[in-house]
Design a protein around this ligand. Structure first.
Ligand SMILES: [Zn+2]
Ligand SMILES: [Zn+2]
Length: 275
């Protein structure tokens, strides 16, 4: 097992909120010495476009899979032999069967190198566009149930994305997703990830969350305690400046907990990378 730099959660201009061309992202990652660089553009089939305002619809355009996979595969070839570029996708989970079917057919048609399965909202809207009127317990239990359901998604995802994402947008003074309050629900999720042999992501993008990873150190520790060893690091960079952001801090935390390696998914295989 060798030590390499990895970042398995990044976006480029193929996503509606990406800030730089993929070529620029790759050039930067290569310059920083990354050995494994995962591109995970947003596939937001979970968004209910009928519910959106006209300006939201114009802003939240979906990635064009034909254009993305074609362009990205060319760039992947360009880097062959100097950086492992993995062309993946971030699927926004929805309970709706027709959404799951759409993801399944995207998978079958384009065969992404890896898939991150992420819960960004419910009812077809991202949590960043929600007005939360209920109490924390009700909202967080609803969120945790969505994550639990996402683990049973019928498409072959590899990584469970940014658990705790909702905390960025809720109005509660204490927005922590703690084991003390939600231990049973969190344990069920972590045990299911282990049992299904999926990879838990540590996402270092913590806007609005004072120096916290997603999920928190407490949840990562619990995952390790329960026997979970498959962990992925992702910066969730939307521009070149954030590629590999806080990677060292994340790795230090993981080592302190007891983790010895990261797991990089590639076309169904799990590659161990020493930390
Ligand atoms: Zn996401
Ligand atoms: Zn993302």
């Amino acid at each position: 097992m060798e030590q390499f730099l990895t970042d398995m959660h990044t976006h480029s201009k193929y996503s509606h909120d990406g800030q730089a061309e993929l070529s620029k992202m790759l050039e930067t990652a290569h310059g920083k010495g990354f050995a494994f660089y995962g591109v995970s553009e947003h596939f937001d089939y979970d968004y209910d476009r009928l519910q959106m305002t006209e300006s939201e619809r114009a802003e939240l355009t979906n990635v064009d899979p034909e254009v993305y996979f074609h362009g990205a595969r060319h760039l992947q070839e360009d880097y062959e032999g100097c950086m492992n570029v993995l062309i993946g996708a971030e699927f926004g989970f929805s309970r709706k069967q027709e959404v799951a079917n759409k993801y399944l057919s995207t998978f079958e048609k384009y065969r992404p190198d890896f898939i991150i399965n992420s819960v960004h909202g419910g009812e077809g809207r991202d949590f960043c566009r929600y007005t939360f009127t209920e109490d924390k317990g009700t909202v967080y239990r609803m969120y945790l149930q969505l994550i639990r359901d996402s683990l049973d998604a019928p498409y072959p995802y590899d990584i469970v994305g940014h658990i705790g994402y909702i905390a960025r947008y809720v109005p509660y003074a204490d927005n922590r997703l703690s084991l003390e309050e939600f231990g049973a629900e969190i344990d069920d999720i972590l045990k299911t990830i282990i049992q299904k042999d999926k990879i838990l992501e540590v996402n270092s993008s913590n806007k609005h969350l004072a120096n916290r990873t997603l999920p928190s150190a407490e949840i990562l520790r619990r995952y390790f305690e329960l026997g979970g060893r498959k962990i992925s690091y992702g910066s969730d960079a939307h521009g070149p400046d954030r590629i590999g952001d806080k990677r060292e801090e994340v790795v230090a935390l993981l080592k302190e907990i007891g983790f010895e390696y990261l797991t990089v998914p590639c076309r169904g295989e799990h590659i161990k990378v020493k930390i």
